[in-house]
Write a protein of this length. Structure first.
Length: 437
């Protein structure tokens, strides 16, 4: 932070401006007393001249007058010395009182600064608590959203499993229908075989009957009655065979039509269900893929939002710290400028006072010279302090760290390192002109 001695000197010179009027009043009083003493000395000189003029030949009177004059001069000198000692004692008392007042003001200022720092710390903690609550709410909301997405994913998976199970059930039903259709086809084939066997048996019976009729004709070719009967039987059997063959063909056609209708119906239903199942699977897979992509997109979006929020928060914090640093620097610069103006005003007042009292304040010449030297030394120290502070602010890492802590609101950073202890040990060093010495 600031250099202790330079800061003390600046503070002393700034605060000493308040006592300028008191010092000027004391100097005027001392000047009046010195003027009165000088008038008395002149009066004594005139009286001495008159006495010498009138009593020039009287050695005793001359000796008495000279002794009296010496006594008066010694008395005036003692009076002047006493006045100067009283003035110095008053200055010391004022300096002590000013030191105690400065310590009291410094303690009050420190207490106020500590209260302000505590208020800032409390506000900062409240802001941090608000930010923490917002962060917890955001985290809770994110957890709830993640749980919601997880439930949606579970529901999507459950729906996909249900669709898969329904498809398996449909496939099992189609398999059962296919088995039933195969059974019907086998039954139809068996029926066809049985009909073919019956037709073969009828053909064989007809052939046998025709053979028997032919044998009978060959056996009895001249019997007209038997021939007519045999012809009638043959015609009847042929008619029955034709009817049976016609009925068999009709049954076969009906069975084939039934099988064709069943096959066509099964093929149409199988194709439709297969298309529907493929569409359902495709839709379920698309929905699942879309859900997964949406979840990924939301996660990526949340990640980008967190990154953007973190960057924004870092920028706001950096901007806030930068503004605080700039404001603190401006306050320090303004305070330094005010101190310089006060120092210049005090220097001008001292110069004017010295110029006006130069002829009448011979006793205070050394002190005035010391005041001027102190003023010049303070100005030089102030300029050196400004250069040193500028260099430290640029190069000293410890100064940068303490500055960063002070800007951050750390109440443990001392503003005047060790200066208060020095004032407590030597109160006169707070405002005396010998502070630098």
């Amino acid at each position: 932070m600031l250099d202790n001695e330079s800061a003390m000197q600046c503070q002393e010179l700034i605060n000493s401006v308040e006592t300028t009027e008191q010092r000027a009043e004391q100097i005027r009083k001392l000047a009046e007393e010195m003027k009165q003493a000088k008038e008395r000395q002149l009066q004594m000189i005139r009286e001495e001249k008159m006495t010498q003029r009138f009593l020039i030949n009287n050695a005793a009177v001359k000796d008495f007058v000279s002794k009296q004059r010496a006594l008066d001069i010694a008395q005036d000198n003692r009076r002047l010395i006493e006045l100067r000692e009283q003035m110095l004692n008053k200055n010391r008392d004022e300096e002590k009182m000013f030191g105690h007042m400065w310590i009291k003001n410094y303690e009050e200022k420190t207490r106020k600064e500590r209260l302000v720092a505590e208020e800032k710390q409390q506000k900062r903690q409240e802001n941090m608590e608000i930010v923490r609550k917002q962060w917890e709410e955001n985290e809770q909301r994110k957890i709830m959203e993640k749980e919601q997405r997880f439930r949606e994913q579970e529901q999507t998976k459950q729906r996909y499993l249900e669709l898969t199970q329904e498809a398996n059930e449909e496939q099992e039903k189609r398999r059962e229908k296919m088995i039933a259709l195969n059974v019907e086809r086998l039954a139809a084939v068996q029926l066809k075989r049985e009909l073919e066997e019956k037709e073969r048996q009828r053909d064989q019976m007809f052939v046998n009957c025709f053979t028997n009729v032919s044998n009978e004709e060959n056996a009895t070719p001249n019997d007209p009655i038997n021939l007519a009967k045999r012809k009638q039987v043959l015609i009847e059997q042929q008619r029955k065979y034709m009817d049976y063959q016609k009925q068999f063909k009709e049954q076969m056609q009906q069975q084939e039509q039934k099988i064709a209708v069943l096959l066509k119906h099964y093929e149409d239903e199988s194709l439709a269900k297969k298309d529907a199942e493929m569409a359902r699977r495709r839709n379920a897979r698309t929905a699942l893929d879309n859900s997964v992509r949406r979840c990924w997109a939301e996660q990526l979006k949340e990640k980008e939002e967190r990154k953007q929020a973190a960057k924004t928060q870092e920028k706001e914090l950096a901007q806030k710290l930068r503004l605080q640093a700039i404001s603190s620097q401006q306050e320090e610069v303004e305070e330094i400028l005010v101190r310089r103006r006060k120092l210049r005003t005090y220097g001008k007042c001292l110069e004017e006072q010295i110029a006006s009292n130069k002829e009448s304040s011979l006793i205070r010449a050394d002190e005035d010279k010391r005041i001027i030297e102190t003023q010049n030394q303070a100005e030089n120290d102030f300029n050196a302090f400004m250069q040193e502070m500028t260099l430290k602010n640029r190069t000293d890492p410890k100064m940068a760290e303490m500055r960063r802590r002070f800007i951050a609101g750390d109440a443990s950073v001392p503003h005047w390192n060790g200066y208060l202890d020095q004032i407590m040990r030597n109160p006169s060093a707070a405002t005396g002109l010998d502070a630098r010495r």
